[in-house]
Design a protein around this ligand. Structure first.
Ligand SMILES: CC(C)(COP(=O)(O)OP(=O)(O)OC[C@H]1O[C@@H](n2cnc3c(N)ncnc32)[C@H](O)[C@@H]1OP(=O)(O)O)[C@@H](O)C(=O)NCCC(=O)NCCS
Length: 297
Protein backbone atom coordinates (compact mmCIF):
# COMPACT_ATOMS: atom_id res chain seq x y z
CA UNK A 1 0.00 0.00 0.00
CA UNK A 2 1.79 3.15 -1.12
CA UNK A 3 0.45 6.54 -0.07
CA UNK A 4 1.93 9.72 -1.54
CA UNK A 5 0.97 13.36 -1.00
CA UNK A 6 1.93 16.06 -3.48
CA UNK A 7 1.06 19.72 -4.05
CA UNK A 8 -1.61 20.56 -6.61
CA UNK A 9 0.06 22.21 -9.61
CA UNK A 10 -1.56 21.66 -13.01
CA UNK A 11 -5.14 22.31 -14.14
CA UNK A 12 -5.62 18.52 -14.16
CA UNK A 13 -4.53 18.44 -10.48
CA UNK A 14 -7.04 21.17 -9.62
CA UNK A 15 -9.75 19.24 -11.47
CA UNK A 16 -8.84 16.08 -9.50
CA UNK A 17 -8.89 18.09 -6.24
CA UNK A 18 -12.40 19.31 -7.11
CA UNK A 19 -13.55 15.76 -7.93
CA UNK A 20 -12.59 14.61 -4.42
CA UNK A 21 -14.30 17.59 -2.87
CA UNK A 22 -17.50 16.97 -4.88
CA UNK A 23 -17.46 13.26 -3.94
CA UNK A 24 -16.95 13.97 -0.22
CA UNK A 25 -19.25 17.03 0.01
CA UNK A 26 -21.90 16.41 -2.68
CA UNK A 27 -24.38 18.89 -1.18
CA UNK A 28 -21.99 21.82 -1.33
CA UNK A 29 -20.74 24.20 -3.95
CA UNK A 30 -17.08 23.52 -4.80
CA UNK A 31 -14.97 26.51 -5.85
CA UNK A 32 -14.15 26.63 -9.56
CA UNK A 33 -10.59 25.88 -10.75
CA UNK A 34 -10.14 29.60 -11.37
CA UNK A 35 -11.29 30.47 -7.83
CA UNK A 36 -8.91 27.87 -6.38
CA UNK A 37 -5.99 29.22 -8.43
CA UNK A 38 -6.69 32.81 -7.39
CA UNK A 39 -6.76 31.79 -3.70
CA UNK A 40 -3.61 29.63 -3.86
CA UNK A 41 -0.44 31.12 -2.39
CA UNK A 42 2.10 30.69 0.41
CA UNK A 43 -0.69 30.74 3.02
CA UNK A 44 -3.26 28.80 1.02
CA UNK A 45 -2.13 25.41 -0.27
CA UNK A 46 -3.82 22.42 -1.87
CA UNK A 47 -2.54 18.82 -1.96
CA UNK A 48 -3.57 15.58 -3.64
CA UNK A 49 -3.19 12.13 -2.08
CA UNK A 50 -2.57 9.04 -4.14
CA UNK A 51 -2.96 5.44 -3.09
CA UNK A 52 -0.98 3.05 -5.30
CA UNK A 53 -0.80 5.76 -7.97
CA UNK A 54 -4.52 6.67 -8.10
CA UNK A 55 -6.12 9.77 -6.59
CA UNK A 56 -7.58 8.82 -3.19
CA UNK A 57 -7.94 12.10 -1.35
CA UNK A 58 -7.18 15.79 -1.15
CA UNK A 59 -6.24 18.39 1.36
CA UNK A 60 -6.26 22.09 2.00
CA UNK A 61 -4.26 24.14 4.50
CA UNK A 62 -4.26 27.89 4.93
CA UNK A 63 -5.16 30.93 6.97
CA UNK A 64 -8.58 30.45 8.53
CA UNK A 65 -11.13 33.24 8.77
CA UNK A 66 -10.98 32.59 12.51
CA UNK A 67 -8.31 34.88 13.97
CA UNK A 68 -4.93 33.21 14.55
CA UNK A 69 -5.94 29.78 13.25
CA UNK A 70 -4.97 27.59 10.33
CA UNK A 71 -7.76 25.79 8.49
CA UNK A 72 -6.98 22.17 7.60
CA UNK A 73 -9.24 19.98 5.46
CA UNK A 74 -8.21 16.35 4.84
CA UNK A 75 -10.70 14.53 2.58
CA UNK A 76 -10.63 10.92 1.40
CA UNK A 77 -12.82 9.27 -1.24
CA UNK A 78 -15.28 6.92 0.50
CA UNK A 79 -13.85 3.85 -1.27
CA UNK A 80 -10.31 4.64 -0.05
CA UNK A 81 -10.99 5.17 3.66
CA UNK A 82 -9.53 3.33 6.67
CA UNK A 83 -6.21 2.69 4.92
CA UNK A 84 -4.22 5.50 6.49
CA UNK A 85 -4.68 8.05 3.66
CA UNK A 86 -6.50 10.61 5.84
CA UNK A 87 -3.82 10.37 8.55
CA UNK A 88 -1.06 10.96 6.02
CA UNK A 89 -2.86 13.97 4.49
CA UNK A 90 -3.47 15.47 7.94
CA UNK A 91 0.18 14.92 8.94
CA UNK A 92 1.34 16.93 5.89
CA UNK A 93 -1.29 19.66 6.37
CA UNK A 94 -0.46 20.06 10.06
CA UNK A 95 3.26 20.27 9.28
CA UNK A 96 2.54 22.96 6.68
CA UNK A 97 0.33 24.88 9.12
CA UNK A 98 3.08 24.77 11.74
CA UNK A 99 5.63 25.95 9.15
CA UNK A 100 3.27 28.85 8.33
CA UNK A 101 3.57 29.90 11.99
CA UNK A 102 0.13 28.84 13.28
CA UNK A 103 -0.36 27.51 16.82
CA UNK A 104 -3.93 26.26 16.35
CA UNK A 105 -5.52 24.21 13.57
CA UNK A 106 -9.27 24.06 12.97
CA UNK A 107 -11.20 21.56 10.86
CA UNK A 108 -14.80 20.69 10.10
CA UNK A 109 -15.76 17.02 10.48
CA UNK A 110 -18.82 16.23 8.39
CA UNK A 111 -19.91 13.16 10.37
CA UNK A 112 -19.29 11.38 13.68
CA UNK A 113 -16.72 8.98 12.11
CA UNK A 114 -14.69 11.88 10.77
CA UNK A 115 -14.84 13.49 14.23
CA UNK A 116 -13.46 10.22 15.75
CA UNK A 117 -10.61 10.44 13.21
CA UNK A 118 -9.89 14.03 14.22
CA UNK A 119 -10.04 13.17 17.94
CA UNK A 120 -7.55 10.39 17.38
CA UNK A 121 -5.18 13.05 16.03
CA UNK A 122 -5.58 15.38 18.99
CA UNK A 123 -8.54 17.54 17.90
CA UNK A 124 -11.47 18.38 20.22
CA UNK A 125 -14.99 19.54 19.38
CA UNK A 126 -15.42 23.29 19.95
CA UNK A 127 -18.62 24.12 18.04
CA UNK A 128 -21.22 22.89 15.56
CA UNK A 129 -22.44 24.44 12.34
CA UNK A 130 -25.95 23.89 11.08
CA UNK A 131 -26.93 23.57 7.43
CA UNK A 132 -30.38 24.87 6.49
CA UNK A 133 -32.00 24.30 3.10
CA UNK A 134 -34.80 26.11 1.30
CA UNK A 135 -36.68 24.78 -1.75
CA UNK A 136 -37.37 27.59 -4.23
CA UNK A 137 -40.98 28.03 -5.36
CA UNK A 138 -42.93 31.11 -6.42
CA UNK A 139 -41.01 33.85 -4.63
CA UNK A 140 -42.71 37.27 -4.65
CA UNK A 141 -40.49 40.36 -4.96
CA UNK A 142 -40.29 41.67 -1.36
CA UNK A 143 -41.14 45.12 -0.11
CA UNK A 144 -38.08 46.87 1.39
CA UNK A 145 -38.66 48.65 4.75
CA UNK A 146 -39.44 52.41 4.41
CA UNK A 147 -36.34 54.45 3.49
CA UNK A 148 -34.40 51.37 2.32
CA UNK A 149 -33.45 50.50 -1.27
CA UNK A 150 -32.20 47.04 -2.20
CA UNK A 151 -30.08 46.65 -5.32
CA UNK A 152 -27.72 44.08 -6.83
CA UNK A 153 -23.99 44.73 -6.47
CA UNK A 154 -23.77 44.61 -10.30
CA UNK A 155 -25.72 47.92 -10.37
CA UNK A 156 -23.20 49.68 -8.08
CA UNK A 157 -20.03 47.50 -7.82
CA UNK A 158 -18.28 49.98 -5.50
CA UNK A 159 -20.91 49.26 -2.83
CA UNK A 160 -19.46 45.78 -2.16
CA UNK A 161 -16.28 47.26 -0.67
CA UNK A 162 -18.41 49.88 1.12
CA UNK A 163 -20.37 47.00 2.69
CA UNK A 164 -17.13 45.58 4.13
CA UNK A 165 -16.27 48.77 6.07
CA UNK A 166 -19.13 48.79 8.58
CA UNK A 167 -21.67 46.07 7.80
CA UNK A 168 -19.11 43.27 7.31
CA UNK A 169 -16.82 44.45 10.10
CA UNK A 170 -19.69 44.57 12.62
CA UNK A 171 -21.01 41.18 11.53
CA UNK A 172 -17.59 39.57 11.92
CA UNK A 173 -17.41 40.90 15.51
CA UNK A 174 -20.96 39.85 16.36
CA UNK A 175 -21.05 36.35 14.88
CA UNK A 176 -21.21 33.47 17.35
CA UNK A 177 -17.91 31.94 16.26
CA UNK A 178 -15.29 30.38 18.58
CA UNK A 179 -12.84 33.18 17.68
CA UNK A 180 -13.42 36.59 16.14
CA UNK A 181 -13.41 36.50 12.33
CA UNK A 182 -10.43 38.05 10.59
CA UNK A 183 -11.32 38.85 6.98
CA UNK A 184 -9.25 41.37 5.04
CA UNK A 185 -10.73 43.72 2.45
CA UNK A 186 -8.95 41.72 -0.28
CA UNK A 187 -10.45 38.45 0.99
CA UNK A 188 -13.89 40.09 1.18
CA UNK A 189 -13.69 41.10 -2.49
CA UNK A 190 -12.09 37.83 -3.62
CA UNK A 191 -13.89 35.14 -1.59
CA UNK A 192 -17.20 36.52 -0.32
CA UNK A 193 -18.85 37.28 -3.66
CA UNK A 194 -18.88 35.19 -6.85
CA UNK A 195 -21.70 36.74 -8.92
CA UNK A 196 -22.50 40.46 -8.51
CA UNK A 197 -25.96 39.90 -10.02
CA UNK A 198 -26.79 37.46 -7.20
CA UNK A 199 -25.43 39.59 -4.34
CA UNK A 200 -27.54 42.41 -2.89
CA UNK A 201 -26.94 45.46 -0.74
CA UNK A 202 -29.45 47.52 1.23
CA UNK A 203 -28.91 51.29 1.11
CA UNK A 204 -30.41 53.97 3.39
CA UNK A 205 -29.50 57.69 3.41
CA UNK A 206 -26.80 56.94 0.82
CA UNK A 207 -25.02 54.37 3.01
CA UNK A 208 -24.85 50.59 2.83
CA UNK A 209 -26.73 49.16 5.83
CA UNK A 210 -26.94 45.49 4.87
CA UNK A 211 -25.96 42.76 2.45
CA UNK A 212 -27.04 39.25 1.50
CA UNK A 213 -26.94 37.11 -1.59
CA UNK A 214 -26.18 33.88 -3.35
CA UNK A 215 -23.17 32.00 -4.70
CA UNK A 216 -24.47 29.91 -7.60
CA UNK A 217 -23.04 26.38 -7.88
CA UNK A 218 -20.93 25.92 -11.04
CA UNK A 219 -21.61 22.14 -11.07
CA UNK A 220 -25.33 22.23 -10.14
CA UNK A 221 -26.90 25.15 -12.02
CA UNK A 222 -30.16 24.88 -10.04
CA UNK A 223 -28.44 25.17 -6.66
CA UNK A 224 -26.81 28.08 -4.83
CA UNK A 225 -25.25 28.71 -1.44
CA UNK A 226 -26.69 31.59 0.53
CA UNK A 227 -23.75 33.80 1.48
CA UNK A 228 -23.30 36.04 4.50
CA UNK A 229 -26.35 38.07 5.57
CA UNK A 230 -25.36 41.13 7.59
CA UNK A 231 -27.17 44.27 8.76
CA UNK A 232 -25.59 47.32 10.40
CA UNK A 233 -26.26 47.27 14.16
CA UNK A 234 -28.48 50.37 14.24
CA UNK A 235 -30.73 48.91 11.50
CA UNK A 236 -31.28 45.45 13.01
CA UNK A 237 -34.77 44.13 13.90
CA UNK A 238 -36.44 46.34 11.27
CA UNK A 239 -36.98 43.76 8.54
CA UNK A 240 -33.88 44.58 6.48
CA UNK A 241 -32.37 41.05 6.67
CA UNK A 242 -35.70 39.41 5.80
CA UNK A 243 -36.15 41.75 2.80
CA UNK A 244 -32.57 41.07 1.62
CA UNK A 245 -33.01 37.30 1.94
CA UNK A 246 -36.39 37.41 0.18
CA UNK A 247 -34.72 39.40 -2.61
CA UNK A 248 -32.15 36.59 -2.95
CA UNK A 249 -34.93 33.96 -3.03
CA UNK A 250 -36.87 35.96 -5.66
CA UNK A 251 -33.68 36.23 -7.76
CA UNK A 252 -33.19 32.45 -7.40
CA UNK A 253 -36.76 31.80 -8.59
CA UNK A 254 -36.42 34.20 -11.55
CA UNK A 255 -33.17 32.49 -12.60
CA UNK A 256 -34.38 28.89 -12.52
CA UNK A 257 -32.90 27.75 -9.18
CA UNK A 258 -34.60 25.02 -7.15
CA UNK A 259 -32.53 24.97 -3.94
CA UNK A 260 -30.68 27.39 -1.71
CA UNK A 261 -28.70 26.23 1.32
CA UNK A 262 -26.83 28.06 4.05
CA UNK A 263 -24.48 27.32 6.96
CA UNK A 264 -24.84 29.02 10.36
CA UNK A 265 -23.07 28.60 13.69
CA UNK A 266 -25.11 26.67 16.25
CA UNK A 267 -25.08 29.68 18.59
CA UNK A 268 -26.42 32.12 15.98
CA UNK A 269 -30.05 31.87 17.15
CA UNK A 270 -31.15 35.07 15.39
CA UNK A 271 -30.05 33.91 11.94
CA UNK A 272 -31.45 30.41 12.37
CA UNK A 273 -34.77 31.82 13.58
CA UNK A 274 -34.92 34.14 10.55
CA UNK A 275 -34.12 31.25 8.21
CA UNK A 276 -36.80 29.07 9.82
CA UNK A 277 -39.26 31.97 9.45
CA UNK A 278 -38.37 32.13 5.73
CA UNK A 279 -39.06 28.41 5.28
CA UNK A 280 -35.56 26.93 5.58
CA UNK A 281 -35.32 23.44 7.18
CA UNK A 282 -32.29 21.92 8.90
CA UNK A 283 -30.50 19.26 6.82
CA UNK A 284 -27.19 18.50 8.51
CA UNK A 285 -24.66 19.52 11.13
CA UNK A 286 -20.91 19.81 10.84
CA UNK A 287 -18.64 19.38 13.88
CA UNK A 288 -16.07 22.10 14.41
CA UNK A 289 -12.82 20.62 15.75
CA UNK A 290 -9.64 22.31 16.99
CA UNK A 291 -6.11 21.14 17.91
CA UNK A 292 -2.94 22.74 19.20
CA UNK A 293 0.01 22.69 16.81
CA UNK A 294 2.35 20.98 16.26
CA UNK A 295 0.25 17.80 16.20
CA UNK A 296 1.63 14.91 18.23
CA UNK A 297 1.22 12.48 15.30
C1 LIG B 1 -11.90 11.90 8.14
C2 LIG B 1 -11.29 11.22 6.90
C3 LIG B 1 -10.36 12.23 6.24
C4 LIG B 1 -10.48 9.99 7.38
O1 LIG B 1 -9.79 9.42 6.25
P1 LIG B 1 -9.24 7.90 6.32
O2 LIG B 1 -8.28 7.74 5.24
O3 LIG B 1 -10.39 6.95 6.36
O4 LIG B 1 -8.52 7.90 7.76
P2 LIG B 1 -7.41 6.86 8.29
O5 LIG B 1 -7.49 5.57 7.56
O6 LIG B 1 -6.10 7.53 8.29
O7 LIG B 1 -7.92 6.66 9.80
C5 LIG B 1 -7.04 6.67 10.93
C6 LIG B 1 -7.81 6.32 12.19
O8 LIG B 1 -8.83 7.33 12.45
C7 LIG B 1 -9.99 6.69 13.01
N1 LIG B 1 -11.11 6.75 12.06
C8 LIG B 1 -11.07 7.09 10.76
N2 LIG B 1 -12.31 7.07 10.23
C9 LIG B 1 -13.13 6.68 11.20
C10 LIG B 1 -14.53 6.42 11.27
N3 LIG B 1 -15.33 6.60 10.20
N4 LIG B 1 -15.08 6.03 12.43
C11 LIG B 1 -14.29 5.84 13.53
N5 LIG B 1 -12.94 6.06 13.52
C12 LIG B 1 -12.38 6.47 12.38
C13 LIG B 1 -9.60 5.23 13.23
O9 LIG B 1 -9.01 5.15 14.51
C14 LIG B 1 -8.56 5.02 12.12
O10 LIG B 1 -7.69 3.94 12.39
P3 LIG B 1 -8.16 2.43 12.03
O11 LIG B 1 -8.70 2.43 10.63
O12 LIG B 1 -6.88 1.63 12.16
O13 LIG B 1 -9.19 2.07 13.05
C15 LIG B 1 -12.40 10.73 5.92
O14 LIG B 1 -13.34 9.93 6.63
C16 LIG B 1 -13.15 11.85 5.24
O15 LIG B 1 -12.78 12.25 4.14
N6 LIG B 1 -14.25 12.38 5.89
C17 LIG B 1 -15.04 13.44 5.32
C18 LIG B 1 -14.29 14.77 5.33
C19 LIG B 1 -14.02 15.30 6.73
O16 LIG B 1 -14.90 15.38 7.59
N7 LIG B 1 -12.76 15.73 6.94
C20 LIG B 1 -12.35 16.40 8.14
C21 LIG B 1 -11.69 15.49 9.10
S1 LIG B 1 -10.86 16.46 10.34
Amino acid sequence: MEISIRPVRSNADYAAWREVRLAVLPDERAPTIEELQIQAGPHHQYVLAELNGAVAGSGFVGKSNLTGQAAVAPRVLPACRRQGVGSEILRVLAQDATAMGFLIAGANAVDAGSARFAERHGFREVDREVEQVRAIGDEPEPQAPPGVTILPVSARPELWLAAYGVVGAQAFQDMATVAVLDVTADEWQRDWITDPNAMFVAVADGEVIGCAGLMPDPDEPRRAEHALTAVRRDWRRRGVAAALKRTSLAWAAANGFSEVYTWTQRGNDDMRALNTHLGFRTRSESIRMQATLPLAT
